[in-house]
Design a protein around this ligand. Structure first.
Ligand SMILES: [Zn+2]
Length: 280
C-alpha cells in the first residue's frame, strides 16, 4: 500500500538500494497515482532503525522482567535505543494477537478477572481486565483503564488529582468485544464474584454460562494473584496474572520502576502477551 495516497493497485517496482546498517538489499516501489516512492521497509516495525541485530535480544529481555535501563546495560547501548523500541514491538505484538484471535474460534472455557496496578501513585489506580483460555492458559484479551481510588485513599486522590473518570465499564466492554469472535456463543465463563461482570457479559454473550467463585485470600508470597492452598477454580487466570506481574518489570515492585504512562503499560502488556502465548 502506498503510504502517501493509500492506493494499492498503482504500484510498480522501481529499483533497489542497500541499506547502510546491514547491507541488506531493499526493494523500492513507485506509486503511479501520486508519483511518490517508498520501499518494502516503509511499513516494517524496524523502519529507520539502525541496530536491528539487537531486536531479538531486546524483545526477550523485555518479556523476562527487565527494565529498559537494565537491558541497555546488558546489551551495551544507550537507554533511548531501548526505549524507542517499545512501541514498534508492541504494535507488532498487537497485530499477532489480533491474527491469533481471527484464526481462533469456538473456545468453550474462558476465565477472566481484573488485575490492579497504579499509574505513578496509588492515588491513581488502574484496572487490567484479562481473559485467558482455561486449559492452555493463553492470553486471549486484555485492556488497561483508570479507576477511582478506594477506601481511605479516595478522599486524598480527589483532593490531589480531581475526580477520576472510572473506565472500568469501558475496558470490560472492550474485553468482551475482543472475545466476541473467539468464544463459542455458549462458552463457559468463570470469574470471581465482582458485581460488574454479569451485566456486561450478558450484553455480549447472552447464551453463555457464567460461574462466579468466591474470592479467596491471597498468599503472602504473591501480590494477590497466588491463592492460599487447595483447589483454585480460577487457577489459569491467577497463574497467568502472577506471570504477568513477574515478567513485566513495572509491575514487579510497588515502589521502584512503576508505571508512569498508561499507554506504555499497555505496550508492555502487548509484548508480554505475545511472548506468553508463544512459550505456553
Ligand atoms: Zn501513492
Amino acid at each position: 500500500m502506498c503510504p502517501h495516497c493509500h492506493s494499492t493497485d498503482h504500484l510498480i517496482k522501481r529499483g533497489t538500494y542497500r541499506r547502510p546498517s546491514d547491507r541488506k538489499k531493499i526493494q523500492r516501489f513507485h506509486c503511479k497515482k501520486c508519483n511518490k516512492g517508498h520501499s518494502s521497509q516503509t511499513h516494517s516495525y524496524d523502519y529507520r532503525q539502525r541496530k536491528r541485530h539487537i531486536n531479538q535480544m531486546v524483545f526477550r529481555l523485555y518479556s523476562k522482567g527487565n527494565s529498559e535501563r537494565a537491558i541497555a546495560q546488558i546489551i551495551g547501548v544507550n537507554k533511548k535505543t531501548i526505549a524507542r523500541r517499545v512501541t514498534p514491538f508492541a504494535n507488532c505484538a498487537r497485530k499477532h494477537l489480533e491474527k491469533m484471535r481471527a484464526e481462533t474460534a469456538d473456545i468453550t472455557e474462558i476465565v477472566f478477572d481484573e488485575m490492579e496496578s497504579f499509574e505513578h501513585t496509588k492515588l491513581k489506580p488502574l484496572t487490567i481486565p484479562l481473559a485467558v483460555e482455561k486449559h492452555t492458559r493463553k492470553i486471549l484479551a486484555y485492556d488497561v483503564g483508570e479507576i477511582a481510588a478506594k477506601g481511605p485513599l479516595a478522599r486524598l486522590s480527589i483532593k490531589k488529582y480531581g475526580k477520576i473518570k472510572c473506565q472500568r465499564r469501558k475496558v470490560l466492554d472492550s474485553l468482551f468485544r475482543q472475545l466476541h469472535h473467539v468464544a463459542h456463543p455458549r462458552c463457559n465463563f468463570s470469574s470471581d464474584e465482582s458485581p460488574h461482570y454479569p451485566g456486561t457479559l450478558r450484553r455480549y454473550f447472552k447464551d453463555a454460562q457464567h460461574q462466579q467463585f468466591k474470592g479467596r485470600s491471597a498468599s503472602i508470597v504473591g501480590q494477590g494473584e497466588m491463592k492460599k492452598g487447595g483447589f483454585d477454580p480460577l487457577f489459569s487466570l491467577n497463574q497467568t496474572a502472577a506471570m504477568i506481574r513477574d515478567n513485566i518489570k513495572r509491575l514487579t515492585r510497588r515502589t521502584w520502576c512503576t508505571t508512569k504512562r498508561i499507554d506504555r503499560l499497555s505496550d508492555y502488556l502487548a509484548i508480554y502477551a505475545f511472548y506468553h502465548n508463544q512459550i505456553i
